[in-house]
Design a protein around this ligand. Sequence first.
Ligand code: UD1
Length: 419
Amino acid sequence: MEKLVISGPTPLKGEVEISGAKNAAVAILPATLLINGVCTINNIPNISDVRLLCTILEKMGAKIVWNTPNEITIDTRHINTTQAPLDLTSKFRASYYLIGAMLGRKGEIEVGMPGGCKLGARPIDQHIKGFELLGANVRTENGTIYAKANGLNGAPIYMDIVSVGATINVMLAAVLAKGTTIIDNAAKEPHIVDVANFLNTMGADIRGAGTDVIKINGVSELTGNKTYSVVPDQIEAGTFMLAAIASKGDLLIKNCITKHLESLTAKIVEIGGNVEDNGDSIRVWYSKRPNKAIIKTLPYPGFPTDLQPQMGVVLSTANGTSIINESIWESRFQYTEELNKMGAHITAQGKSAIFEGVDELFGAPVYSSDLRAGAALIIAGIAATGKTEVYNLEHIDRGYENIENKFRKIGANIERVSE
Ligand code: UD1
């Protein structure tokens, strides 16, 4: 078993480069199944979810060459099965994108029920509703999803819930469908725009991604033969922005799109942090104890749920009592119990948590319950006095590339140790 051992407190100082977006990459890789050709994707984050997806695609007949640690060339001309490896697909969430992509490419797919972070109930009813409106038949049996279609036809689809996954998945299924699909009440996250840009680069006709109405005119084929670069990860950028404040540091965060971070930037300024926005980089620095705040997570462009735990670390030592209302996931406050072991005073109940700001955090052994909780505990360990050990690194490695190296380069005293 591996753990991260952190000695703090250390103010983080210097420059950090942001990797490609996990949530874009884990959708773009399945999207390559729609291409009857070869394409190159760069700025791919080298994280375990991406490597797992590559293994799944290879088992389905794709040929993948890693040109560099962050660039692959993928040939999906010879996909030879409609069965995704069930043991692997049930390990993570984004395997659900294989359904939309394979319905489009082969009209059929068998895939394990998606796993992923335990953030509460994670239904996929909106994905299934979309596939069925396009003409597919979807059934679930013993943890396996079977989806089949005799040709998909474009249709108007109103999403009952704003869902990132359902929006992307239905977009994937609609790209090669006959006629026009209109997704209404679509999610607007930057990675939705990125997946649409990728598909359009490869020959699709998708308009309106990034607004709440997306129109997809079906095309007969995606030919590929192009190179695409994955958008920078706004959640990783936000993680370092909050690490700068929590650690009383000063960071220049490079290779990010600051427009994607506006809800976070506004909150950092509101609590008394300093921000210099340069468009493709952002400097964030601490000058005084943060003020209390009230935060509600919302779909983009609202405050992202995936930055809620990292913000929770900052608020745990703010001046006064803060409140976070989590409106997306019902079990996203598991990290607060770990922060309490470090001296925080947080009371979480259901989808709300009250943070009574304490003067400082103290190192302790802590367990990450999910990906972003893990990032939050690393930040807490860097800000805390004494030694922190962070366990359950498999969650963190799913979504952050070289996390301890990136933190070490900006001054953290952090070591990965095998037990
Ligand atoms: C994606 C992100 C995840 C992020 C989340 C919200 C990926 C791989 N993961 O997850 O990091 O936390 O967006 O920004 O991109 N819902 C339904 N029915 C559905 C689909 C969703 O009720 O069919 C509900 C969910 O339970 C949740 C809400 O809608 O309460 C939003 O979920 P969704 O946007 O779909 O999240 P994911 O795509 O799973």
